[in-house]
Design a binder for this molecule. Structure first.
Ligand code: NCD
Ligand code: ZN
Ligand code: ZN
Length: 386
């Protein structure tokens, strides 16, 4: 069937450097099939799958098993992210180079827990340096924002009696890892930057020539901490939603390139894991299907980012991080394409049940947002069409 593309914008296939697909271990919340179907609906043709599955992706064998499942069921390219430490326990390094060799993995992360041991982190930086891999950090000093931290530390956390998460817990550990990246010459990627002081650390590191990249999530570009006032666990996420001045600083940093790319941190959760007291509920929100929509409303429509900028922050830059160097480049005739077609004007009220994801923890429920993606083509195959 033909598609009338008049009025539509062609973008390279989008690339998401940060998704949780929950397989293996929590297939009730998401699978590689359902998560990548959501990705295709969001315009994505490649995603990096974080390591905090069960079991954790900490061996070459497990990374290859994920790649094999993806080859059979996925609607987009899936790059497994490796764990920095065995079982993400923060004590012993995982098989970094073997995972890279076996599965093409470029990034290693300690998602959900930051490595508190600076010497162990130095060793991890040195190991990834050997194959020019990347250390991708969750960016939380667990000594400054403990395991129960769930609300931006400030007036609201005090009023609600919630354990606070100071912005210093993010900026301080990023500053340490900038020094380790400089010391070892390794590449360093900052996951889900949420706070203004961290942006200053990243700017200074880039000015020094440190090999650093950073990502921001759509929810930190749109949503603010006051949404926690009713203790709705949909809005519980790591790192927490921040006040408006941080949101504004983050938008400016995406616009000026201090933040290189958008990463959704798509974190599907089963209903029973959200139907708990705020402190006990699982952190995280879905994001794949609304990521481009949020970027359009927060950056494109206000005139702060043009479409070439969108292609850079949502395709070229994450593709370079993951080693997908052909992604987004002009495709020669006959080569399989990765692209999406976008209607910049279409809008709708977000319905969390109208989704390819297995989970419904959508923080945009009921919001009026763009509904841009009309077609996604991954490696020459139509993976989504509306
Ligand atoms: C992540 C998840 O659900 O896997 N949640 C989140 O809020 N980002 C884990 C984590 O980073 O804490
Ligand atoms: Zn994280
Ligand atoms: Zn994450």
């Amino acid at each position: 069937a033909r598609l009338d593309g008049s009025g539509l914008i062609a973008l390279p296939g989008l690339v998401d450097p940060h998704v949780h697909l929950r397989e293996p271990g929590r297939e009730d919340a998401e699978t590689i099939r359902t998560g990548t179907a959501a990705a295709a609906r969001g315009g994505f043709t490649a995603v990096q799958a974080m390591a905090n599955t069960s079991p954790v992706t900490d061996t070459a064998e497990l990374a290859c098993a994920m790649a094999a499942t993806a080859a059979e069921h996925a609607a987009c390219v899936v790059i497994p992210c490796g764990a920095i430490t065995q079982r993400l326990a923060g004590e012993h390094l995982a098989e970094l180079e073997p995972i890279h060799r076996a599965a093409g993995t470029m990034c290693f992360s300690d998602d959900g827990k930051c490595v508190a041991d600076s010497q162990l982190m130095r060793e991890a930086f040195e190991e990834v340096r050997a194959f020019d891999g990347v250390l991708a950090q969750h960016a939380q000093d667990p000594r400054l924002a403990g395991p129960d931290a769930c609300c931006h530390e400030g007036e609201l956390s005090a009023r609600l009696g919630l354990p606070g998460w100071t912005t210093a817990a993010e900026s301080a550990i990023v500053a340490r890892d900038v020094e380790l990246a400089a010391l070892t010459g390794a590449r360093y990627h900052v996951c889900h930057v949420s706070a203004q002081p961290t942006l200053d650390v990243i700017r200074a590191a880039k000015a020094r020539g440190v090999r650093i990249t950073a990502e921001a999530t759509p929810h930190h570009l749109l949503l603010t901490t006051d949404l926690l006032a009713d203790l709705d666990t949909t809005f519980k996420v790591n790192p927490p939603l921040r006040p408006a001045e941080h949101v504004e600083a983050l938008r400016a940093a995406v616009a000026d390139g201090t933040v290189d790319m958008i990463g959704t941190d798509h974190a599907p959760h089963a209903p029973q894991d959200k139907a708990k007291a705020f402190v006990a509920a699982s952190p995280g929100m879905v994001g794949l299907e609304q990521s481009l929509a949020v970027v359009i409303d927060t950056l494109v429509r206000p005139g702060r980012l043009d479409w070439a900028g969108v292609a850079d922050r949502m395709a070229h830059s994450p593709a370079a991080l993951l080693g997908l160097t052909d992604q987004g480049r002009p495709v020669a005739p006959g080569e399989p394409a990765n692209l999406c077609l976008v209607d910049p004007e279409a809008r709708h009220a977000v319905d969390p049940t109208d989704t390819e994801s297995r989970s419904r923890n959508n923080p945009y429920a009921g919001r009026d947002l763009p509904d841009p993606v009309r077609l996604t083509v991954c490696l020459g195959h139509v993976t989504y069409r509306r």
